[in-house]
Ligand binder design. Structure first.
Ligand code: BG6
Length: 470
């Protein structure tokens, strides 16, 4: 069991299991390079993988990864990263791998172990870390997906907690490391004007869309084991919902935020098949690693209810998909119309009611839409947006932020055991339920059945691709 007193003491080494894998290449090396540029990477970084690589080959991978993510614009930072880098090759099932790692770590006392490996290997590595004494005073950073349903998440939590304490386990959801998403929490509770309207009396519905205009990008084999609901909805979109729906934290500190977010998941009504529409883009079955008759969803839309005092009766619509019209993430909180129709054009059927819109990516903005009178004798107007573009020059990459936080022992932006399990409990009833997968053409907004799902409460708001007001 890892010791409590190391909780906020910085880790003195970073161990990356799966250092030759996709995640390390796409996300971790660029994050480490960014940390080196900021001067905050000052511990050994030990990569572990089964391939027999020379240090020269590993460095080449690092260089390629940084080039792919951007460019190498600080030679000294790259050399610094290389000077910290070490490598252990070995099979995760072999105790010798962990002995070799222990030897390489030498005098290190509080390593942070990053499991950038397929979920099927999490248990093996966590147990071996425990058995080899490498878990003492250590932390473990676990990538999503954390489990693939409620039962496997519980089992994984059980294994992780048999070796590490909860506050030494850092479950990553990289959406929590994004500035625009952190701003939801800040915007809600740093302003006073929102609270009186932020409830079932004034809010008609809430929509969250995460759309991507590309397919599975060579990750077909992984995607076949996940599908859209497991890949992004149960985690990324649910985290956004929790920040939008939570009660004010009872005190300043992230323990309180974790408590309130967990309560949101606990109050979510478990899904039933009628709440869910699944789709698959035409061409998915021809992607490498995808079964010819695959029934895995690349699009998912769902209707969700949060049975709490604040949100009783308010429908939440969530939607995500690959190969849609644009790449963007957006939230639309639609307000109820005024109680009386005082003007000819105040019929909400004539357009969308007032709303608050959070643009989360690719750019970040908050917009409040309100009707404003047109010039002239008539009392008619237009819905216009008060638009606040939020720029984040110099913002840390999500992985840079989360990696630094985990190394420092700051668990604020990570997910907690009870919250992860409560989120799985919501989707669990529909994960393996029989369902129809509706085909859709790439470049649109998914199958039309998703429009039917939302029809009783209006229509989907489709994010626009370019920067600026819609
Ligand atoms: C990942 C999913 O967790 O999130 C991907 O596995 C998805 O399928 C990605 O594309 C989206 O993240 P972002 O930061 O690009 O919006």
């Amino acid at each position: 069991m890892s010791s409590k007193h190391g909780r906020t003491t910085p880790a003195d080494a970073l161990v990356i299991f799966g250092v030759t894998g996709d995640l390390a290449h796409k996300m971790i090396f660029p994050a480490l390079y960014a940390m080196a540029k900021r001067g905050v990477l000052n511990v050994p970084v030990v990569g572990v993988a089964s391939s027999k690589l020379t240090m020269g080959q590993l460095r080449k991978r690092v260089r390629d990864s940084i080039r792919q993510a951007g460019k190498i614009d600080d030679r000294a930072a790259l050399d610094h990263l290389f000077s910290k880098l070490q490598y252990v090759s070995g099979n995760y099932n072999d105790p010798d791998t962990f002995s070799a790692l222990k030897q390489k770590l030498g005098g290190v006392r509080r390593p942070a172990h990053y499991l950038a490996i397929p979920p099927a290997l999490f248990a093996t590595v966590i147990e071996s870390l425990g058995a080899s004494g490498l878990a003492d005073q250590a932390r473990v950073i676990v990538e999503k997906p954390f489990g693939r349903d409620l039962a496997s998440a519980r089992e994984l939590n059980r294994i992780a907690l048999s070796v590490f304490e909860e506050d030494s386990i850092f479950r990553i959801d990289h959406y929590l490391g994004k500035e625009a998403i952190m701003n939801i929490l800040y915007f809600r509770f740093a302003n006073s004007f929102l609270e009186p309207i932020w409830n079932r009396d004034c809010v008609a519905s809430v929509q969250v869309t995460l759309s991507e205009d590309f397919g599975v990008k060579g990750r077909g084999a992984f995607y076949e084991s996940a599908g859209c609901l497991r890949d992004v909805i149960q985690n990324h979109l649910f985290q956004i919902v929790a920040l939008l729906a939570m009660e004010p934290p009872a005190y300043q500190g992230f323990g309180a935020v974790h408590n309130e977010k967990a309560k949101v998941f606990q109050a979510m009504r478990p899904l039933v098949p009628d709440d869910v529409v699944c789709g698959q883009y035409t061409g998915y079955r021809k992607e490498p690693g995808v079964a010819k008759r695959s029934e895995v969803e690349t699009f998912c839309a769902l209707r969700l209810f949060i049975d709490s005092w604040r949100w009783a009766g308010v429908p939440w619509y969530l939607r995500s998909g690959k190969c849609l019209a644009t790449t963007a993430a957006e939230v639309l909180v639609e307000l109820k119309p005024p109680p009386q129709r005082l003007f000819d054009d105040s019929d909400p059927a004539g357009g969308r009611a007032n709303y608050l819109r959070f643009r989360l990516s690719p750019d970040s903005a908050v917009a409040l839409a309100a009707r404003v009178k047109r010039t002239g004798k008539e009392f008619v107007g237009d819905q216009r947006e008060l638009f606040l573009l939020d720029e984040h020059p110099g913002a840390e990459l999500p992985y840079e932020r989360l990696l630094s936080d985990a190394m420092a022992g700051d668990g604020a932006l990570f997910t907690r055991e009870d919250a992860v399990e409560a989120a799985w409990a919501v989707v669990d009833p529909v994960l393996d339920a029989p369902r129809r997968i509706h085909p859709y053409k790439p470049g649109g907004w998914g199958p039309k059945q998703a429009d039917v799902l939302i029809a009783a409460d209006g229509s989907w708001h489709n994010p626009v691709p370019e920067k600026g007001a819609s």
